[in-house]
Design a binder for this molecule. Structure first.
Ligand SMILES: [Zn+2]
Length: 235
């Protein structure tokens, strides 16, 4: 992994902008991160942003013209614009365990923390997608050049994508300020995870993978070192 051989001071400046553009990855912040992935196999859009970004997401769909849209998990800040993609007839890909939330058969949202009743109301207020618009993805499947990984814990059916050492990690890990002007890897707090112990396990698994860059669902790119530092803690 050539990228890891350069001194960390160099990593901060040159990394990972060049790497991401070489790998055909662009990031748009629509509350949660939306990823535009271009590979020789086609164009894949990952996550759809929060509902208040739906007009911007709609413009993005028309500009980027993805072959498919993948939702990492059903939380409203990642799936808020999924109904727009469904209306356009784009293939909408998600893990089977997330489908019932995307269609509105189930309303489980861990936001705000510790208030599941309020979370359910917020979920009900969001436009849903018809079951017929959804396609199940399988763990290990390759989609337009990217491998699907199961990253359970934050939600049961959360998935990520990996290609050439680039991991799109959804909310398995977050990027947060480290209080010293830099960034650190963080795990969503326990009330925000469906299964916190499993979320920690997933993070430890990510830390053991051979990666060049980790792209969280919120915040900027993380280095493998930053993720390993967080994964070394026990809660
Ligand atoms: Zn989430």
């Amino acid at each position: 992994m050539g990228g890891l051989d350069v001194p960390s001071s160099t990593l901060v400046t040159a990394f990972p902008v060049d790497l991401l553009s070489r790998e055909g990855v662009q990031i748009r912040r629509m509350y949660a991160n939306v990823f535009l992935l271009s590979s020789p196999q086609g164009r894949l859009l990952v996550d759809t942003g929060a509902l208040n970004y739906a007009p911007a997401f709609s413009r993005l769909l028309r500009q980027f013209r993805p072959d498919a849209v993948l939702v990492t998990h059903a939380h409203v800040d990642h799936a808020g614009g999924a109904f727009v993609a469904a209306r356009l007839g784009l293939p909408l890909l998600a893990h089977p365990l997330e489908h019932s939330q995307l269609t509105g058969q189930r309303h489980e949202l861990p936001y705000p923390a510790g208030m599941p009743g309020v979370g359910a109301i917020i979920s009900r207020l969001h436009p849903k997608v018809p079951a017929g618009a959804l396609t199940s993805v399988e763990v290990g499947q390759e989609i337009l050049g990217w491998e699907v990984l199961h990253l359970p814990g934050h939600s049961h059916g959360q998935i990520g994508l990996m290609r050439n050492g680039v991991l799109i990690a959804a909310d398995a890990v977050l990027s947060a300020p480290d209080g010293k002007g830099g960034r650190r890897a963080a795990l969503p707090h326990a009330p925000y995870n469906a299964d916190h112990a499993q979320a920690l396990q997933t993070l430890k698994r990510i830390a053991e993978m051979e990666l060049r860059v980790i792209l969280p669902g919120h915040g900027g790119p993380l280095t493998p070192e930053q993720v390993r530092e967080r994964a070394g803690r026990d809660s």
